[in-house]
Unconditional design. Sequence first.
Length: 211
Amino acid sequence: MARTLILRMDMTLDGFVCGTRGDMETWGPKHFDGDAEQWVLDSLWNTSAHVMGGETYRGLASYWPTATESFAKPMNEIPKVVFSRSLRDDEATWKSTTVLRGELHSEMTKLKREDGKPLVVHGGVRFARSLINSGLLDEVVLCRHPVAIGRGRGIFDDVKGAPHRPTRIISRAARRSPAARWGGTSRGSPRTCASRWPSSTRVRAARRRAA
């Protein structure tokens, strides 16, 4: 059975996936509660490969090989696929890393045709935007944090391509009452941007409880 391509991103209430400098130190995954952490951990293990761009790879590869928290094992043991023409071979030293330098649509289509668990995309911003515009995504998982940062970078900017039709949003909450609810600005808000997705794409959300 062909593999599903899933884009998974953390997002603030005001629709940003990182700050203006690519930072998420004050609100990102390191600040998950127990429910959200277990959900992410389960999702990571249900993955055949971590897919990302070169910029994201450099950041993750500098951290995870020596990390000790719960996410470290699936991040290190599951294969990594990097789409980059700038990443040098001597930089691709993280365990089980494959670098693809060909055309995105062609290379990703080949990956999807293989059998196995889903392919999970971790970003970064430019890579996520390219995949959104490619029409190759089967599902988008947005983990909405109850934090507003005012300024940052979104993944729904410059969405273009073939006409898009409304897409059903599947919402998932933590077991305890989440403080984050769907809403926010049209800039990056999944509810207002859902109509931009190809009809084959599912969008769902995991909402993180306030601390």
